[in-house]
Design a protein around this ligand. Structure first.
Ligand SMILES: *[C@@H]1O[C@H](CO)[C@@H](O)[C@H](O)[C@H]1NC(C)=O
Ligand SMILES: *[C@@H]1O[C@H](CO)[C@@H](O)[C@H](O)[C@H]1NC(C)=O
Length: 194
């Protein structure tokens, strides 16, 4: 091929990349609700002392916070997560996995989305980088938000629900429930109408 054609092809590629980058930043995840609850019927086997979950007060850019305390040292545990994009016709299940919680903490998990989530979590939490979770130490997640450009799968406006839980030997410690939606950023909206 003629060198100038190469240059043109290269330019088009760069242009497409730039457009994609712009498109990704046009969307943001907006949290609506975050609640946690624990099943009090299994209190004897449940190592959980307390758990609190919620959203920051700033309605413009809500962030998640969560805090929990264990009354026992916890070595092995499972982590379960389901992320659903509700659709009018059929819900789209983005992820539905139960996985070894220790592998997840040390980021040896093989699922790309969970690896990303673990890396992001590092910035916002004091979770250990390996098991165990200690006894009587307040573990927290604070000011958590998610930069959608890390998750290429979500590039449209859609509601999102997330359910997750921690369990040990089939006893569920607690369950968290997040409702959110992906929306265009204000800038993207202005660009579109302008
Ligand atoms: C948040 O979820 C809780 C429990 O599911 C519910 O009682 C509450 O009304 C919800 N709040 C909002 C603002 O949706
Ligand atoms: C997630 O997977 C479990 C086990 O395979 C299944 O029972 C459950 O219905 C699934 N949930 C969703 C929302 O697809």
């Amino acid at each position: 091929m003629h060198p100038t054609r190469w240059a043109i092809v290269a330019l088009i590629c760069v242009y497409q990349q730039l457009q994609m980058a712009a498109a990704k930043n046009d969307f943001e995840l907006y949290f609506e609700n975050f609640t946690c609850n624990s099943d009090s019927s299994s209190k004897e086997e449940n190592p959980l002392e307390s758990v609190h979950c919620g959203l920051s007060k700033n309605p413009k850019r809500r962030t998640l916070h969560m805090e929990f305390l264990l009354r026992e040292l916890m070595h092995e545990h499972d982590f379960h997560i389901v992320i659903i994009l509700p659709r009018r016709t059929m819900n789209f299940v983005l992820i539905n996995v139960t996985t070894d919680g220790c592998q997840l903490l040390s980021n040896k998990n093989q699922i790309p989305l969970l690896r990303i989530a673990r890396q992001v979590l590092d910035r916002y939490s004091n979770f250990p980088t390996q098991c165990p979770f200690e006894r009587a130490k307040p573990y927290y997640l604070r000011g958590f938000r998610l930069d959608l450009s890390l998750i290429p799968a979500v590039m449209m406006e859609t509601p999102v629900t997330v359910q997750f839980s921690y369990s040990r030997q089939r006893v569920q410690l607690f369950q968290g429930h997040i409702t959110a939606h992906v929306q265009r950023t204000v800038n993207a909206k202005q660009k579109k109408s302008g």
